[in-house]
Design a protein around this ligand. Structure first.
Ligand SMILES: NC(=O)C1=CN([C@@H]2O[C@H](COP(=O)(O)OP(=O)(O)OC[C@H]3O[C@@H](n4cnc5c(N)ncnc54)[C@H](OP(=O)(O)O)[C@@H]3O)[C@@H](O)[C@H]2O)C=CC1
Ligand SMILES: O=C(O)C1=N[C@H](C(=O)O)C[C@H](O)C1
Length: 273
């Protein structure tokens, strides 16, 4: 560890992403784990974060005091749950640090709280922190612009593991937003989230979502543009959660030198149009 290393807190440290983040921080240059947080009453409080993540002892014991952890750090990596991320955003703003938010399933009210926190914190939020998915979003935007809505129906299909609690996935919504930007339409009013029973024919120009859940699938996403007699499919497969963790650490290092504000992975990766 060098004294210039960015000190990072992992919240939700014992979760699937929390453990992956701890291993990734250990493996990447320029960053060091300064604290690991779980909720009060969690069976992981007081345990060594490195041991939970399969690294062996690191001397960092899991705490339930996030504010104390944040004031002694430069950034927090947060893949938890919407209510938790809202709470952490207020604390990150108080501590004036970087808050990287990977949590999905957040409501518009939650997003407003993140925006408020971004007056003091540097907030990077994305439904998917991987390079591949963010590149896919750029390609989807181009395809949706190039292929006219009259004649080219756009559907987004995703599959995740059986433990996932929100749908459509944050990635599916990110890809839907990219498609909507390409078509110059509003996703909220033009999306079809569920189909069941006698639905009638497909309304032209809408963006459809379909969700599969099962097993240990890390993340599969396809954007299908279906035309008359031909279709184009753009897709991404995640085979290792470290792609999200590397993206989150890269985001924290990038945000370290930015002004307070709300940023996306497109800003971090330089993929903005
Ligand atoms: N943007 C991206 O690139 C990615 C986003 N995600 C998203 O990240 C989130 C987490 O996913 P995953 O790791 O699979 O989920 P897990 O359920 O495995 O982990 C979440 C962790 O957060 C903890 N947690 C919840 N509330 C609090 C709190 N108030 N204080 C401290 N810890 C808390 C949970 O503890 P407890 O079990 O006690 O509730 C758990 O340990 C999801 O929203 C998922 O969609 C996942 C992968 C990539
Ligand atoms: O819950 C997950 O596991 C994942 N969540 C994110 C999402 O909702 O898209 C990103 C990734 O696909 C894994």
């Amino acid at each position: 560890m060098s004294t210039a290393d960015m000190k990072l807190v992992v919240v939700g440290a014992a979760g699937r992403m929390g453990q992956t983040l701890i291993r990734t921080i250990h493996a990447m240059p320029g960053v060091t784990l300064s604290a690991a947080v779980e909720r009060s009453g969690s069976a992981f409080i007081g345990r060594d974060a490195g041991e939970i993540a399969g690294l062996g002892p690191t001397g960092i014991l899991v705490t339930d005091d996030p504010l104390r952890a944040f004031v002694e750090a430069e950034g927090v990596l947060d893949f938890t749950a919407p209510a938790a991320s809202v709470e952490f955003s207020g604390l990150a703003a108080q501590a004036r640090i970087v808050h990287v938010i990977g949590t999905t399933g957040c409501s518009p009210a939650d997003e407003a709280r993140f925006d408020a926190a971004a007056r003091h914190a540097r907030v990077v939020k994305s439904g998917n922190m991987s390079l591949g998915v963010n590149l896919l979003g750029v390609l989807v935007q181009q395809a949706a612009r190039a292929l006219p809505a009259a004649g080219w129906d756009l559907e987004i299909l995703e599959m995740h593991h059986r433990h996932k609690v929100d749908a459509p996935s944050g990635t599916a919504l990110l890809l839907g937003e990219a498609a909507a930007r390409g078509r110059g339409i509003d996703l909220e009013s033009q999306s079809v989230r569920v189909r069941d029973g006698h639905t009638g024919p497909r309304p032209e120009g809408t963006i459809g979502f379909a969700t599969l859940r099962g097993g240990s699938v890390i993340g599969e996403h396809s954007v299908i543009l279906a035309g008359e007699g031909e279709s184009v499919t753009l897709s991404h497969s995640a085979t290792d959660r470290s792609i999200f963790a590397r993206g989150a650490v890269t985001a924290a290092l990038w945000a370290r030198s930015q002004k307070p504000g709300s940023y996306s992975m497109l800003d971090v990766l330089g993929l903005t149009a």
